[in-house]
Design a binder for this molecule. Sequence first.
Ligand code: SF4
Ligand code: SF4
Length: 318
Amino acid sequence: MNNSTEIEGLIFNIQRDSTEDGPGIRTTVFLKGCTMHCPWCHNPEGICLSPELVWFETRCIGDGDCIKKCSREALIRTRKGVVIDRNRCTVCGECAVVCHAGALEVLGKKSKIDDVAATILRDRVFYEKSGGGVTISGGEPSLQDDFSAALMRLMRGEGIHIALDTCGGMSWDILGPLVELADLILYDIKLVDEEKHRQYTGIPLEMVLDNARKIAEINKPMWVRTPVIPGYTDSEDNIRRVARFIVSSLPSVDRYDILAFNSTCTGKYHRLGRSWELEETNPLSEKAMEKLAAAARNEGLTFVQWSGLTRSEVQSEE
Ligand code: SF4
Ligand code: SF4
């Protein structure tokens, strides 16, 4: 077995000063790899459990140093800029090293647990003042369960509040021990329709609901969240069914968040060389979000909040 300080995690971002991933000011550690493949994912760089090369159009100065460097001929100059042939690219990262403009990046860095812990602990004073802490997120953090558990134990030893952000798409044998180590679970319930859930996420709904029940059984505080995605999860019926499930089965939930869709992550898909079927989709209106929140409250939930950019706000920013 590895000495826990030798464990490395594959991380694609560490976000300090986060205020959206649990209470107070937090540092969120985003681990690579997810068990689901939701078409609306806002962190598509978190889905694949291996490093990925991305190219930033706005940073590129077009000198072609990367193309000269790549011995696999995996970079091609086109009228639209540098295109990565992902069948040839081994993600060795050499092109990113020679790119002085910082236009190429490898997402997903093997990081030592002590280095990650040191970054988190830098903001201890802010956590103490704001009631914040660390959030272990992804992707799905239970896909790197050894690293997640070791990091959580370290943080517990430091007295740091820990939130675990999970999609619930993992067997309880693996997810359960991580839940035990957390102070708060941020839990996504996206859809309460078996067929659609399996079709869109690739994971059976029953697994997600069962895990939620088990978290509630051990009385672990939970915040449940539903992303409101036009054409997928935005029906009043869906929100009502999630709310009903919380009321009937999850007594440890103390907050239900419904999160409005926006398309600000479109660039992430393009940088990964993918198009995104939702890139032209309009945000919802404030009225529509209010209506969904009211529907959830009508099911007996008193702690419903909605957030995110809505149609009028997005338009006034343009
Ligand atoms: S080295 Fe960097 S700046 Fe130069 S062409 Fe390649 S990506 Fe663009
Ligand atoms: S990461 Fe390596 S293989 Fe991929 S394009 Fe860059 S230099 Fe070529």
